[in-house]
Design a protein around this ligand. Structure first.
Ligand SMILES: Nc1ncnc2c1ncn2[C@@H]1O[C@H](COP(=O)(O)OP(=O)(O)OP(=O)(O)O)[C@@H](O)[C@H]1O
Ligand SMILES: [Mg+2]
Ligand SMILES: [Mg+2]
Length: 482
């Protein structure tokens, strides 16, 4: 019998905000333990939560960017449980009236090769709701210590429908969410800092069966690759069990990245009774059209749209867009040069995606701090276009100098004496010589073999000591023969 996997993800994303979700205390990471706390965070008697507008703005924006419906009202509920990571005995969350309903995430699966766009799919969302994050337990040899700095950080939970079928799809789903959040400035989604966390719900069923199989929930997934690996491992394990005739029991498992395997944590999750009830300390929130429209206007062009537009408007190859677009700053940088001369966009894209990124990484620099500007890069491409210097000289000799010094292309060419000391008339003379010295390829060309003329390029380049512009040489040779 053939089996198929079904996967639903719960993705927690911290919203970037100055203060915490229901208190004035600063939100932050990497501080001395238990410094970012106050009576609300500590759950002291009499402390009252106050709604943080920045958190609402963040989740509404996320919902709009992920194609959700934003109902007019949402409300707050208490999810009751006792665990040391929460001094309140409950988490403030949203039970039956979340801020965002439905929606979907557009994902891209890997293409046949690096240069080819892969299949795009829409993964359905169930909802996105807002809640307070909880503290962090740090385990030591004999004891565990709790740090409440993270507690009450604004946290969204993005819940997907059981709509994915492989580790690869889950990987693409998380990547797409991460990029969208970063583009919109909602979160940096740094998984190492816990700004994005995912739980994977995984089940397997015989192909053709309508009902979902029994799922397990996989926790402790702390990188996007970890999610993919954990899911793939679990699919194999469950399939093997089912083939043996065993049943899958509902349980919570954890991914052990060091051993590369899943391990059972506890069985029967659904025994939990959270006794949800509306939080009496917080008013429901009404979100009107005006509020939504204001946030909608702050959402930038999203990555997939930008990628499609770069391909259409500038004729960029997929492989270049796949490098540029995931980085909003980089792609905007590219575009501020490209939109001035759309015809040169491909050459600009190549330099940005290859040469600029290489220099940045070698220098350990950020784009924001580098000396080369979109305008000066455009200047370099224009100099090549005009035929002043050949492309390989531009890439190899001029660009790295511009990167280091912040000079314009002309300044580098001047300083390093890269400008050829001959003009077009001289190139023409060399071309004529090459034609006279190579009658065979010339005849082949006349007989209809377009490529035969390539044989003349070398001799001319040699005469010019490599300084002639190949495009110009090609043009002149053709003109002279025709
Ligand atoms: N049989 C199944 N196989 C795979 N995924 C499933 C299956 N049934 C439900 N799911 C997925 O499991 C997730 C359930 O998340 P939800 O937050 O609704 O409940 P929960 O995990 O019980 O609650 P909690 O937030 O307390 O963990 C959803 O992403 C859903 O798509
Ligand atoms: Mg959940
Ligand atoms: Mg869950």
């Amino acid at each position: 019998m053939e089996y198929e996997a079904v996967i639903g993800l719960e993705v927690h994303v911290q919203i970037k905000a100055e203060s915490k979700i229901f208190s004035r205390v600063r939100a932050g990471y990497g501080h001395e333990p238990n410094k970012l706390v106050d009576p609300v965070v500590m759950g002291l008697p009499g402390a009252l939560p106050v709604m943080n507008k920045a958190a609402l703005d963040g989740i509404i924006k996320a919902g709009l960017a992920l194609n959700c419906t934003i109902p007019e009202t949402c409300k707050w509920d208490r999810k009751n449980y006792f665990y040391p990571d929460s001094p309140n005995n409950y988490q403030i969350t949203q039970y039956d009236q979340p801020i965002c309903d439905g929606g979907y995430v557009e994902i891209e699966l890997p293409g046949k090769n690096r240069g080819e766009m892969g299949e795009h799919k829409k993964i359905k969302l169930t909802r996105i709701h807002l809640e307070n994050d909880v503290g962090k337990l740090n385990h030591f040899a004999d004891d565990s210590l709790v740090d409440y700095n993270r507690a009450f950080t604004s946290l969204m939970e993005i819940v997907s429908e059981p709509d994915m079928h492989s580790g690869e799809e889950a990987f693409a789903f998380l990547t797409a969410i991460r990029q969208t959040m970063i583009y919109c400035g909602i979160s940096d989604c740094d998984m190492e800092k816990g700004q994005m966390r995912a739980d994977a719900n995984i089940s397997v069923r015989p192909v053709g069966q309508k009902e979902l199989g029994q799922k397990i929930e996989l926790k402790n997934l702390n990188s996007i690759t970890g999610v993919k690996n954990g899911i793939e491992y679990e699919i194999k394990r469950q399939t093997r069990e089912l083939k043996k005739g065993n049943v899958i029991k509902q349980a919570t498992w954890r991914w052990n990245a060091d051993l590369g395997q899943t391990e059972m944590m506890r069985e029967k999750e659904d025994a939990h009774d959270y006794r949800y009830f509306p939080d009496p300390d917080l008013m429901p929130v009404r979100i009107d059209e005006e509020w939504k429209a204001k946030l909608q206007a702050e959402i930038p062009e999203l990555p997939w749209d930008k990628q499609r537009r770069f391909m259409e408007e500038y004729g960029l190859p997929y492989s270049i867009t796949a490098v540029l677009v995931p980085d909003r700053v980089l792609s905007d940088w590219f575009e501020s040069a490209a939109k001035q001369q759309p015809k040169l966009a491909q050459a600009i894209g190549n330099l940005v995606a290859n040469d600029l990124l290489r220099e940045l990484s070698e220098a350990g620099q950020r784009l924001e701090d580098c000396k080369i500007t979109p305008d000066s890069l455009l200047g370099l491409v224009q100099v090549v276009e005009k035929g002043t210097i050949p492309k390989n000289v531009a890439n190899k000799d001029v660009f790295p100098e511009m990167f280091k010094s912040g000079e314009t292309a002309e300044q580098v060419i001047e300083r390093k004496g890269l400008k050829p000391d001959f003009d077009e008339g001289q190139v023409k003379v060399w071309c004529q010589e090459a034609i006279d010295e190579n009658p065979k390829p010339v005849q082949n060309y006349k007989d209809g073999n377009e490529k035969a003329l390539n044989a003349l390029l070398g001799p001319v380049m040699k005469k010019s000591k490599g300084k002639a512009n190949p495009q110009l040489v090609n043009k002149l040779i053709r003109e002279l023969i025709d």
